[in-house]
Structures are given as C-alpha cells and as structure tokens.
Design a protein. Structure first.
Length: 182
C-alpha cells in the first residue's frame, strides 16, 4: 500500500474520531450528576487508533474547542472551558490515550490489557483533573478540601466510567477486527 493511501486513511480515522468525540460529549445521561459518553469515546478512540493517531485526534478536538467550536459537553467551547475548573479532566484525556496506546502497542489487545490500560489512564486523568480543579477552584472561590473535590468530580463518575470502559473494550475489539489499522 502506498504512503499516500496510508496518510489519507489515517487522516480519515482521525477526523472521524474527532467527530465521534464531539457527538459523544453532547450525549448526556441525566442522573444525579449528568454523565456524558465523552470518556467512552476517548477510551475507544485510544484503543482503536493507537498512540499517535489518538493523540492527534485529541489535539484536533481540543483545538476546535479552544477556538470556540462547541465540541465539549453541553455544546460548549472556548478557551474558558479548557482553563476552567473542569479543564484538567479534558487535558487528562491525553493520559488515557498515552496509557492505552503505550500498553497495547507492547502487550496486545486482549480484553484484560485494554481494561488495565484504560483503568490506569482513567486514574491518571482523575488525578490530573482533580488537582487542576482544586487549584482553579481555590484561586476563584477559596480553599477546598481534596475530599470535597473527589466527592464532586470523581466518586459519582467511577461506576459510570467503568461501564463506559467495558463498552469501549467491546467496541475496540470489534472495530479493530474490521479496520486495517497498523
């Protein structure tokens, strides 16, 4: 296969992934704390595309959001979303892509490897996002304890994120069978 076909295929996968990320961020499940499918899309894109393409897709997604295209949850966009209290969780998506990509490139695509790599990436995303939230919140509203931040930003999302992770593993395994991704 020629290099130009590979590049066009990669660009197509990346563009479709950006669109999937945006659409999944708009889908909100109304629970006590609303849950979007954005994290599931990050898990799936990371597992399907591999490190380089997933990082490119996330970069394009973040840049579109930064310039005001409403690709984030709640049809929001703008630099204020990225620099606001929850922006750290968006940047934390890069940790998911790095974790899933690095691990699967070395150990393969078994369901166990995918779950471990996604769990590690999610833990890193939670850690970065929580520290970011605590810092920004403290700067804007005054001191807040770590347990309060975890209660607002992490604990309500653990079970939904584990469900999304499981669904993403199924998607990754099925889609990778159909696509010729190298």
């Amino acid at each position: 296969m020629t290099q130009s076909i590979i590049n066009v295929r990669s660009m197509t996968y990346i563009a479709l992934s950006v669109a999937i990320l945006a659409v999944c961020s708009w889908i909100s499940i109304p629970l006590i704390v609303p849950v979007t499918l954005q994290t599931m899309a990050v898990f799936a894109v990371s597992g399907i595309l591999g490190t380089k393409r997933a990082l490119l897709a996330l970069t394009v997604y973040m840049l579109l959001g930064a310039v005001g295209v409403p690709v984030f949850a709640g049809f929001s966009g703008g630099i204020g979303v990225l620099t606001g209290p929850t922006g750290g969780y968006l940047f934390g998506f890069f940790f998911i892509a790095l974790s899933v990509g690095w691990t699967t490139e070395r150990f393969g695509f078994s369901p166990i490897i995918l779950m471990i790599s996604m769990s590690l990436g999610l833990l890193l995303c939670y850690t970065f996002g929580t520290l970011w939230f605590q810092y920004v919140y403290t700067q804007n509203s005054g001191p807040i304890g770590l347990w309060s931040v975890l209660g607002w930003c992490v604990f309500p999302f653990i079970i939904p994120d584990l469900v999304k992770m499981f669904v993403a593993v199924v998607i990754v395994l099925r889609v990778r069978l159909q696509l010729k991704i190298d």
